[in-house]
Design a protein around this ligand. Structure first.
Ligand code: ZN
Length: 328
């Protein structure tokens, strides 16, 4: 049993894939269910819009001279953040399909954690194996020959026609959609922020700072240069361009806002307006987003902040090694 190379089949074994994906997706949805039974209330949009405006003001000087010097950037176009912050609307059937499609891809491509010890002894606790590389070829997709360019339509039918007809799945999926804020690029763009549930007072502060982080992250997306966005189609690991760089810059902006709030009581009071309780210090945030954030952070360390920002905000993608060599 040594040499754990898993063979990947060439042909799609759809029935077997489906039989595994269904319970795996259910398990994921239940594990991450925000688990709220009360009806959600809207966060104060008035306050969040003021907060968004403050964040946009900070971003301008913090990312200068990059985010504010691109031709037709959002500052020169007088784009106003408060006008684009909205409460998440009630999910539609298509919202459910696209959310579940995204999660099916995530769950299906998830590689197994290395487990077990030679000789079939007890398994090591998670923290011992946690730092190791995941076993490649072990995901549901690779074991059953799924290829995203060929089989995506099949997966979409499975999500829309089978998963979403499972009894009881609708409310869980809706809670997921409502809970995770998102950017709707088609409409303006619009930034949707999550509702609040009947929270204990001390959690309202956490929710506010989570919203401040999301508003920072989504604003960075809004300021992204289109030439940078186009690179999604050029790279193998799409999520790196799609979310990794944004994640790094979003965390930087959040850190800056957080530090300023710690040092400036007036500024902090505006960000925390209306909260029944606050903390000693606002919570910290680390770079995440699966492997995408940490990979982008490695690039940033290598090329430096200036090149990283010029690539993202001004479209100087060569500076981070993203543009392919053009043929003469
Ligand atoms: Zn994002």
């Amino acid at each position: 049993m040594s040499g754990t190379k898993v063979e990947e089949p060439d042909t799609l074994r759809w029935r077997m894939l489906e039989a595994e994906l269904k319970p795996a997706l259910w398990a994921y949805l239940k594990k991450e269910d925000p688990g709220v039974s009360s009806s959600p209330e809207t966060q104060s949009m008035e306050t969040l819009r003021k907060v968004g405006d403050l964040i946009m003001g900070e971003a301008r000087s913090f990312f200068a001279p990059y985010a504010d010097t691109a031709i037709a950037n959002k500052y020169s176009a007088r784009w106003k953040y408060p006008e684009h912050i909205m409460p998440t609307p009630t999910p539609t059937f298509m919202d459910r399909v696209s959310y579940l499609m995204n999660r099916a891809q995530m769950v299906g491509s998830q590689e197994e954690e290395p487990t077990g010890v030679a000789g079939g002894q007890e398994e090591k606790p998670a923290e011992v194996v946690g730092g190791q590389r995941k076993k490649s070829g072990t995901s549901i997709f690779s074991r059953h020959g799924y290829k995203s360019d060929r089989d995506e339509a099949k997966l979409e039918r499975f999500v829309g026609e089978k998963m979403l007809r499972e009894p009881g799945i609708g409310p869980i999926v809706d809670r997921h959609i409502l809970y995770f804020p998102r950017l709707e690029p088609e409409r303006g763009p619009t930034i949707y922020v999550q509702p609040k549930y009947q929270l204990p007072k001390f959690l309202e502060c956490i929710l506010r700072w989570k919203s401040i982080f999301r508003l920072s992250h989504e604003l960075v997306h809004v300021l992204e240069h289109e030439k940078f966005t186009e690179q999604r189609e050029e790279v193998e690991f799409k999520l790196l361009v799609q979310e990794g760089f944004t994640e790094v810059l979003g965390v930087q902006l959040y850190d800056h806002v957080r530090q300023k709030a710690i040092n400036d009581r007036g500024f902090r009071a505006k960000l925390e307006e209306g909260l029944p309780m606050t903390y000693d210090k606002p919570p910290e945030k680390t770079v995440e987003y699966g492997a995408a954030g940490p990979r982008a952070e490695e690039i940033r360390r290598e090329v430096g902040d200036d090149n990283f920002r010029a690539a993202y905000f001004l479209g100087a993608v060569k500076l981070v090694g993203l543009e392919k060599e053009k043929k003469p």
